[in-house]
Ligand binder design. Structure first.
Ligand code: HEC
Length: 208
């Protein structure tokens, strides 16, 4: 049997296909899927560290479940697939899916950066706030209007530092944070009604 001749263009296409699957973080919409997963799905799937990924059948069987928990995904095959592969990453690596989200100087996030870390519809926020040393800090949130929000402050190994509901007053919320273990931390915000966060800051009160 004669081997089929593969042209240069076909090779380039094949390589593009492989690399686009190997580095899904490269495309922008993927980051929103990570935020959807980390705010909506991670509530239950956090710290699910079986070390093994699920394939084929599990995906087909879980579509209904995924759509039940995130109705916005009902018509979006690509989103269902991405959420499934983000869950697999969490199960295999026992970690959040990596995000390209450098920590700004002084740990102050403005509304433009924050916009890229929220889901479009619900305005759920997932912000990697980077490494913190043991000590006391202040998490400051500025909102576009006074609203009730649930705030989670969690570590990279899924320890919960804060999980509480706060009502903004004069568009501000200030939350004291005590860090006992050095490591990377994440902030999650769930507004009762969609509201834009215009500023998020982590102020060091006393660290050692
Ligand atoms: C209220 C809790 C809860 C929420 C929210 C939730 N799940 Fe699940 N999920 C479960 C439970 C429980 C199972 C079944 C048992 C298990 O795998 O531990 C499951 C199973 C799955 C499975 C099949 C796992 C496998 O390996 O066979 C997938 C995939 C999945 N969920 C994805 C998602 C995605 C994506 C979201 C967000 C849109 C989500 N889940 C939201 C609780 C939840």
């Amino acid at each position: 049997m004669k081997l089929a001749y593969i042209s240069r263009t076909q090779w380039i296409l094949i390589l593009l296909l492989i690399s686009s699957q190997a580095f899904p973080t490269e495309n922008k919409p993927f980051q929103e899927s990570v935020i959807i997963f980390n705010t909506i799905c991670a509530k239950c799937h956090e710290a699910q560290c079986s070390g093994r990924a699920s394939f084929g059948d599990a995906y087909e069987a879980s579509i209904e479940h995924i759509v039940r928990h995130y109705n916005q995904a009902s018509e979006k095959k690509w989103l269902q697939k991405e959420l499934f592969s983000i869950l697999n990453h969490m199960k295999e690596k026992c970690a959040y899916y990596p995000m390209s989200a450098p920590v700004p100087p002084q740990r102050i996030w403005n509304s433009e950066i924050l916009g890229k870390m929220s889901t479009l519809v619900e305005k759920n926020y997932f912000v990697p706030v980077g490494p913190l040393l043991p000590g006391t800090y202040r998490l400051e949130l500025s909102l576009a209007k006074d609203e009730k929000v649930t705030v989670h402050f969690v570590s990279e190994i899924f320890d919960t530092v804060i999980e509480d509901c706060f009502l903004a007053s004069e568009k501000q919320i200030v939350i004291p944070i005590t860090i006992e273990d050095a490591g990377k931390y994440y902030v999650r915000v769930y507004p009762r009604n969609p509201v834009q966060i215009t500023r998020l800051a982590i102020i060091t009160v006393d660290s050692h």
